[in-house]
Design a protein. Structure first.
Length: 398
């Protein structure tokens, strides 16, 4: 496991220092600009509170959505700052930019323990371009840089990577927690080690399957991606969603890892994509013509449950059916309940935005050993890739 410089390092003096904290508070906003899910803000609190207690001057950095290098009024940080203020119990002032003389003056006027939030980094195109000059402008605002944005650490952006060329850098508490939970699960899992993969596309998970098949005892496959695997076995999948150009790859994966990959044996099929559709539980190979599979069936739940029940390490990424429609949420919720019930006996890790939404729908939020804030970052780590935002924190050997 890679050793990162930590804000808890005993020799790090924080009192009175301006600490730039790159957070991952890219939270979903509704049409009115209100925060609809504050999970990522909540996860940022421990690092912020740690710094407040040590009388640092805390300057928070984040992006919101994808404004494409221009100012988008609905993607300002104002409502995020208001939500954070309520959760933190102290005012967090949103600034009107993330660089420039006005920002520098506001930071210079800060007192120890105060917190400000810079404007959306992605209003500047240089952020996503990993522009070194822009990174230098950010760095000169502070004394110390802290990466606490695991959810964006798979991006080689100015506030994640290039900034470490200009300022002393450390890992925040959330980043440390994420890296420890995920890498320990991969490098030293207690066995049996079982992975549950769902979601829509095999293409998103090819590298993950190849990497985890070398490490896990079993990989359970659900979600719409299962139909690409079924197609590779010659099944008629009806109108089910699948990736025609990935059928051959799915076939290769099944042939190479036939003892590791476990596919559903039955599905909930529907005559249309709707809550009030006609449904039928059918064998995976017997989906009626014109119908579509929208959930794993009860026999598949039993099969997956038997594989999971003795597991001591479990990683789950991706729902197993169209959980957003209540009619097709049973499979995902059943497996969520099972995995949450194993927490304690097993180390249970879940991640991906849809997975977290499904868990919340099931009333199981907080019932797992670790819930990752990073969808793409988690997948890339599971795939065995290095994360640029983490690599940037690794100090070269002297």
């Amino acid at each position: 496991m890679v050793k990162l410089p930590s804000i808890k390092d005993k020799d790090l003096e924080l009192s009175g220092k301006v600490v730039l904290v790159r957070t991952g508070m890219d939270v979903p906003l509704d049409a009115n600009g209100s925060v609809t899910d504050d999970t990522r803000i909540m996860e940022a609190l421990p690092t912020i509170e740690y710094l407040v207690k040590r009388e640092a001057k805390i300057v928070l950095l984040t992006h919101i959505n994808r404004p494409g290098g221009k100012v988008v009024e609905s993607q300002r940080v104002t409502t995020t700052a208001a939500k954070l203020s309520g959760l933190l119990g102290k005012e967090v002032e949103p600034l009107n930019d993330c660089i420039g003389s006005d920002v520098e003056a506001a930071i210079k006027a800060m007192k120890p323990g105060e917190v400000v939030l810079l404007e959306n980094l992605r209003f500047h195109g240089e952020e996503e371009a990993n522009d070194d000059a822009f990174a230098g402008q950010l760095a000169k605002l502070g004394d110390i840089y802290v990466n606490d944005a695991f959810s964006n650490s798979h991006r080689s952006h100015a506030s994640m990577a290039a900034i470490t060329n200009h300022i002393p850098f450390y890992a925040g508490l959330l980043l440390e927690k994420e890296i420890k939970a995920l890498t320990s699960s991969l490098e030293k899992p207690k066995r049996p080690f079982v992975v549950v993969l769902g979601g829509a596309k095999v293409s998103d998970k090819i590298g993950v399957i190849r990497n985890l098949a070398q490490k896990a005892d079993k990989i359970l496959v659900g979600g719409a991606m299962m139909f690409t695997f079924f197609k590779s076995r010659g099944f008629d999948v009806g109108a089910s969603k699948f990736e025609p150009d990935k059928v051959a790859i799915a076939d290769d994966l099944l042939n190479e890892f036939d003892t590791k990959l476990v596919l559903p044996v039955d599905v909930v099929a529907a005559d249309r994509f709707a809550n009030d559709a006609k449904t039928e539980i059918v064998a995976a190979s017997e989906i009626p013509k014109g119908w579509m599979g929208l959930d794993i069936g009860p026999e598949s739940v039993k099969l997956f449950s038997s594989e999971l029940s003795g597991a001591r390490t479990i990683i789950w990424n991706g729902p197993l059916g169209v959980f957003e429609l209540d009619r097709f949420a049973d499979g995902t919720i059943a497996i969520a309940k099972l995995i949450s019930g194993l927490t304690g006996m097993a180390f249970t890790v879940i991640g991906g935005g849809d997975t977290l939404s499904a868990v919340e729908k099931a009333g199981l939020k907080g019932k797992f050993s670790h819930a990752s804030t990073g969808g793409g970052a988690m997948l890339e780590l599971l795939e065995g890739k290095e994360l640029p935002g983490v690599v940037a924190l690794v100090k070269p050997e002297a």
